[in-house]
Design a protein around this ligand. Structure first.
Ligand code: C2E
Ligand code: CA
Ligand code: CA
Length: 798
């Protein structure tokens, strides 16, 4: 596995290594050069001695001849000694050893054997000549004939021994001279070789040092580049402040500000800092505090960037001598925080203030008014008929409408006023300092701005609004009460015929405050368990069998008594309370049905029907609630049916799509679906065919006149045959008389539900009924239920 090299941009050991290498190379070459010189000097000293000894031979040979002549003439001389020195010297030159001293002239000299082949050959010849010379001299002095064969193979003409001696001496002298010359020439060559060598060494040393120096420079450059790229590619902004302002800015700073560093150094940078932040920045730099500082700078696009800087005081550091700011651009974070604040206090759709911000502004205005009494007004605006638009054209169209209304209202108000959307189609307006006349004038303008039609989903719609106005005369006040009074005034405007404003007065509270109170009571009632379910049986018209029940909600209010669902369900829908209430109904109905089932009271294909509000469907999440109820009770989905109205399933837009797919999902799991109040809505045949419905419940209004009114009878007949054509079960709702029952039976209607059979009743009554085999069937053969009353008037829940 290859070893990973670590990245050390600031490692100084690399440079140190190179410097050491350069020094070593220098030392090595110097030592080599000195060594060579020393050796060469020693060699040449020795050679000089050798040359001297060699040159001395010539003199010795000549002196030997003269000494032989002197001895022959009877004078004092010692040729034998001179001859000995001559011979010993040449042997020492040739084979190494000591060259003897010549009387008084010099010292005995130790010599190494000479190496050059040419010189050795010359020395060899010299040795033989010296031997011949001294042999001839000795023969002459001894009076012997000197005629022996010469070892050096010289040819000496004539028999004169003196001539022979002189010739040999001349030869010896000559060879000695040549030898000495050869030796000197060799020494000269050694010196020039030495010079060449020194020059070569010098060059090699220079080259090696240059190479190493280059390596050192390259390494330094690389390090600097690494460091520079680390600093410049870092998104952090680095600034150094010193005497006289900024002394250094990193590339990230110049890039962000779109200026050169010359423009920023000194006082240039501070000019780019937001006026409000300058003092804080300068104080931080002056004190060198390490807490850091946040400041704004104008970037090259003219936008304010928020910078958060850490401060390091390096004024004591000799290399830096300044205060270092390490800054991060936190503009994105700041923007996000601002956005979150906006989201928390503004309506996501229209961008207007939301309920929380409105309340806050109202409280502030009231506090001001309490300090120095000044009037203020609150206007509450509710769009008339917005729900129908939303239901029929879909939520997208509804949203578009709200946006346009918000835009128009915004055009009416002054910058000091607070316009808010409180939710749904409800807007609120706070007019600080406004008295009654001004408030109603603004209300007029709000109504006027809606007169021009709004284009939504290729249609032109004209909406009106009901405006409730409340005027606070000044002094202390309660925002809660003010808003409630505006609400009451708004209800009054609706009650007075919509498309108008009403100013709150105290009698109104008694009249309309009740409606508002109802919502509050519903909320509390739900928590206190004031709601319960009654169940109304559903029977097969021909076999009289009990095939199911419809769960109907009952509210027993401690203050109002029994409140009919027609009264409180619309309020629950308006306030969103229908969601928890709907959940309660599903849970309760499933639990009760599961109990009946566990008790073995339920016939095959029995279904408990639960009413779903259109609001529940448009909000979504119905399957989740249904699944939870089924799971909690352990009831199989086949025992549950959902009743929805036509309008709920034909709704357009994304919400309508989702509602249909949620119902389809539940249907595929086994939950039955019925269309309630059929005939009163506008469902098209096409939609009915595509939607997985099992049951159609023909509305009570058609059943009412089926016996006597030919029109009702015709419609009922049509609805029944329509159901059958679509392969659906037809149920007649609200059968109260035998005549109605007979008519429907003759129309072929499958199931029936109505007071004629049973009124909605509490669970225990139905339990009894199930145990008895169902309610009595009116008009059935007497054998089935002889003498029993046609309606069960004694039922407690009726
Ligand atoms: P609906 O779904 O059409 O329920 C049938 C209504 O007709 C019930 O009124 C029932 O008491 C009444 N009814 C049954 N047989 C007869 C009859 O022979 N003659 C007459 N005159 N009326 C008969 P109720 O219980 O007052 O409910 C009124 C409406 O309130 C229901 O109409 C339904 O739309 C709504 N509702 C009731 N319970 C719930 C519920 O749990 N959730 C939702 N979303 N709506 C509910
Ligand atoms: Ca129903
Ligand atoms: Ca109905």
């Amino acid at each position: 596995m290859p070893r990973r090299r670590s990245f050390k941009p600031l490692d100084s050991s690399q440079g140190r290594f190179t410097v050491a290498a350069i020094l070593c190379t220098f030392a090595l070459f110097s030592a080599l050069s000195v060594g060579l010189s020393v050796r060469a000097t020693e060699g040449s000293h020795h050679r000089a001695t050798v040359v001297q000894v060699a040159a001395r031979q010539r003199t010795l040979a000549e002196r030997y001849v003269q000494e032989v002549l002197l001895v022959r003439q009877g004078q004092r001389a010692d040729p034998a000694y001179t001859g000995g020195v001559l011979r010993d010297s040449v042997v020492a030159l040739l084979h190494g050893g000591t060259a003897p001293a010549v009387n008084g002239d010099d010292d005995a000299t130790r010599l190494a054997p000479f190496k050059g082949a040419r010189v050795r050959a010359q020395l060899e010849q010299e040795r033989r000549l010296a031997a011949d010379l001294t042999a001839t001299g000795a023969a002459i002095l001894a009076g012997r004939p000197a005629r022996g064969r010469l070892t050096a193979h010289e040819h000496v003409r004539g028999g004169d021994p003196m001539l022979r001696l002189r010739t040999l001496a001349a030869l010896t002298s000559n060879v000695s001279l040549n030898t000495a010359r050869s030796m000197a020439a060799g020494a000269d060559k050694g010196i020039s070789d030495l010079i060449t060598m020194q020059v070569a060494l010098g060059l090699a040393g220079l080259l090696a040092s240059l190479g190493l120096a280059w390596a050192l420079i390259a390494a330094t450059r690389r390090q600097t580049a690494h460091f520079r790229s680390l600093v410049t590619s870092s998104t952090d902004l680095v600034l150094v402040f010193g005497e006289g302002g900024v002394r250094y800015v990193s590339a990230s700073v110049t890039e962000m500000l779109g200026r050169t560093d010359h423009e920023l150094l000194g006082e240039g940078l501070v000019e780019q800092v937001h006026g409000d932040d300058r003092v804080a920045l300068e104080t931080t730099v002056a004190q060198g505090t390490s807490d850091g500082v946040v400041f704004r700078m104008c970037d090259r696009f003219g936008e304010w960037r928020h910078l958060e800087a850490r401060v390091t005081d390096l004024r004591g550091d000799r290399q830096v001598q300044g205060v270092v700011l390490n800054a991060r651009d936190i503009s994105e974070r700041v923007r996000l925080e601002e956005q979150l604040t906006v989201q928390a206090f503004h309506d996501g759709l229209t961008g207007l203030a939301n309920r929380a911000l409105f309340r806050d502004r109202l409280n502030q205005a009231l506090a001001r008014s309490a300090r120095s009494p000044a009037p203020l007004a609150v206007l509450l605006v509710d769009l008339d008929g917005f729900k129908q638009v939303n239901d029929s054209l879909g939520h997208d169209a509804g949203d578009h409408l709200l946006l346009e209304v918000g835009r128009r209202f915004d055009g009416v108000v002054r910058p000091n006023d607070t316009l808010a959307r409180l939710g749904g189609d409800e807007f609120a307006l706070l007019l600080d300092g406004a008295d009654g006349p001004r408030a109603t004038a603004v209300a007029d303008r709000l109504l006027e701005c809606l007169l021009e039609p709004i284009e939504v989903a290729d249609r032109e719609l004209t909406l009106s609004a009901s405006v409730g106005v409340v005027v606070h005369p000044g002094g202390a006040g309660d925002s809660e009460v003010l808003v409630r009074h505006a609400d009451v005034a708004m209800y009054a405007a609706k009650a007075a015929g919509r498309a108008r404003w009403e100013v709150f007065h105290n009698e109104m509270d008694r009249e309309f405050g009740e409606d508002l109170g109802l919502a509050q009571e519903l909320r509390v009632g739900l928590q206190r368990g004031e709601f319960s379910l009654h169940y109304q049986p559903e029977v097969a018209i021909d076999s009289s069998a009990l095939v199911g029940v419809e769960a109907l909600l009952r509210w027993q209010s401690p203050s109002r008594g029994n409140v009919p669902p027609d009264q409180f369900i619309p309020v629950a829908e308006d306030t969103g309370l229908i969601m928890p209430i709907g959940e309660f109904v599903l849970r309760e109905a499933c639990e009760q049905t599961a109990q009946w089932r566990r008790a073995g009271l339920l016939p095959d294909s029995f279904v408990t029907w639960v009413n779903l509000s259109g609001k529940q469907l448009s909000v979504g999440g119905v399957p989740t609630t249904v699944h939870a109820a089924l799971e909690a009770s352990g009831l199989p989905p086949e025992f549950l049916g959902l009743e929805v109205t036509e309008t709920a399933i034909v709704e357009g837009g994304a919400a309508g799509e989702r509602a249909r797919s949620e119902l389809q999902e539940l249907h595929s799991e086994g939950v039955s679906l019925a269309i309630d109040d059929f005939g009163t809505g506008f469902s098209s045949l096409g939609q009915l065919r595509r939607f997985p419905v099992d049951v159609i419940k023909v509305d009570r209004s058609f059943i009412h006149g089926v016996e006597h009114d030919p029109k009702d009878s015709a419609i009922a007949a049509n609805l029944v045959s329509l159901a059958h054509a679509l392969n659906l079960v037809a149920v007649a709702e609200g059968i109260e008389s035998d005549g109605q029952l007979t008519s429907l039976r003759s129309l072929g209607c499958d199931l029936a539900q109505g007071f004629l059979f049973a009124r909605p009743a509490p669970a225990d009554v139905v339990t009894q009924m199930l145990a008895d085999g169902g309610p009595p069937v009116p008009g059935a053969p007497p054998a089935t239920a002889p003498g029993r009353p046609h309606t069960i008037t004694a039922l407690p829940g009726a």
